[in-house]
Design a protein around this ligand. Structure first.
Ligand SMILES: Cc1ncc(COP(=O)(O)O)c(C=O)c1O
Length: 423
């Protein structure tokens, strides 16, 4: 039967990360050994405290308020105050089925173009496209660790002319693992204030940092225009629980009212047992914080191992400081790759999958030009429960430990190295 589909939706392909995950799994099912550096999901078990709370609340069946379980909204506001020094009250918190959905809804309801620093997470652009929104990518530079610089933001705001500007800002960043410094954030805040930019500060990785520095957020320097998003998925290893949140400043109250209306006409409220499970995490953070920090330390060891190997191979790659990603590029192999007919990020990703059995995503999925020879690597292809149990601590790590705890990371790097030597 011939049917007509909304062209804006038709123009969106399946999310690149989900697609590569399916493909790598399929190749594994076919018996191929695949080093899966393509999909970024926390490998650790959900903390027992959260699992227990979920079990204890399976009987919770009533629809909860649109904004979220009041006790959870309070716990979230308190958590962000204690951990990050933010000043949001419970009635400024909205809970949703993953921060992805809430980001979609806020993009949907805000007028004006979406400014997306490149590289950035794959889903912001398609979400804006579905809404028919103009996207203004802001190219960042490798020598700045791909961190957005004030002059780059200034130029983009200028280009967006006199309209309301919305900036999506991810810190720590996916795909680069970079974290912004306090000084950079301060300068960015000045630009945001000058142009009255509405910032969606995607802080889903804010508990996974390993640069030893305090967290720098636009909320500290531009509170009146900064909306924060976060959730259970990354630091609490519970992506499949689908629980995210959004904190909206009082100055943007109209956006909060619009969001509440939108929620009430779409998903209504997040599943009740899951909200009670999240209440255990945010209400008793002191009981899980040690586990969260230990996982962050494991992410550090895994990410820094990959980084050192990539640098030794002659790839360009900013040192990761948070999250669980790296963004190396093969520019130094440009001529040798060209001789093999490999001219784009996509063809590098395909070649790595075919010749080295390593799955990665091309930089072009992150708003970079097709000819950029970069790829995104996720550093989580290991058995998180086993590593959590055996991890001897950062200072005890050796090659033997790496091989025991992170065999796929070691073998995947060996395969990439062999491939590069064969060129
Ligand atoms: C940068 C970034 N933001 C948001 C999300 C969405 O997380 P969730 O919807 O699970 O809260 C992800 C997930 O991969 C992400 O990497």
């Amino acid at each position: 039967m011939g049917i007509s589909i909304n062209p804006q939706v038709l123009s969106v392909k399946e999310s690149a990360t989900l697609a590569i995950n399916q493909r790598a799994k399929q190749m594994r099912r076919e018996g191929k050994e695949i080093y899966h550096f393509g999909f970024g999901q926390s490998p650790f078990p959900v903390p027992q405290l959260i699992q227990g709370a979920l079990r204890d609340n399976v009987d919770k069946k009533d629809y909860l308020p649109t904004q979220g379980l009041p006790a959870l909204c309070e716990a979230i506001a308190r958590f962000y105050h204690q951990e990050f020094g933010y000043h949001f009250e419970a009635d400024q918190v909205c809970v949703g089925p993953g921060s992805k959905e809430l980001i979609f809804e806020i993009i949907y309801l805000l007028e004006g173009p979406l400014l997306i620093p490149a590289p950035s997470w794959v889903s912001y652009g398609p979400q804006a496209t579905i809404r028919g929104k103009e996207i203004i990518p802001i190219m960042t530079q490798r020598e700045n660790g791909y961190r957005l610089q004030p002059e780059e933001l200034d130029r983009a705001c200028h280009q967006a002319a006199e309209r309301q500007r919305v900036l999506i800002f991810t810190n720590p960043n996916n795909p680069t693992g970079s974290c912004h410094s306090e000084a950079e954030i301060k300068e960015l805040a000045q630009i945001c204030r000058a142009y009255k930019v509405i910032v969606i500060s995607d802080e889903i990785y804010s508990l996974i940092r390993f640069n030893g520095k305090p967290y720098a957020s636009l909320v500290h320097h531009y509170p009146e225009g900064t909306i924060v998003t976060g959730g259970l998925s990354k630091a609490f290893s519970a992506g499949g629980y689908r629980l995210g949140m959004m904190l909206i400043p009082k100055t943007l109250n109209l956006a909060l009212l619009a969001l509440k209306s939108l929620i009430s006409e779409t998903f209504s409220a997040v599943s009740a047992p899951i909200q009670y499970a999240a209440l255990a995490a945010y209400g008793n953070y002191d009981q899980v914080s040690e586990e969260v920090q230990r996982c962050a330390m494991i992410h550090k060891v895994a990410s820094e191992y990959l980084w050192e190997r990539f640098i030794k191979m002659g790839l360009n790659c900013p040192k990761p400081e948070g999250a669980f990603y790296l963004f190396p590029d093969f520019a130094n192999y440009h001529d040798k790759l060209r001789a093999q007919g490999v001219l784009t990020g996509l063809s590098i990703a395909e070649t790595l999958l075919q010749k080295a059995q390593v799955a990665v995503l091309p930089a072009s999925d992150f708003y970079f030009p097709a000819t950029n020879l970069g790829v995104r690597v996720a550093s989580v292809d290991y058995d998180g429960a086993m590593v959590q149990e055996k991890f001897p601590g950062e200072n005890q790590m050796s090659l033997e430990w790496m091989e025991q705890l992170f065999p796929n990371l070691v073998k995947g790097c060996n395969r990439i190295e062999e491939f590069l030597k064969s060129l």
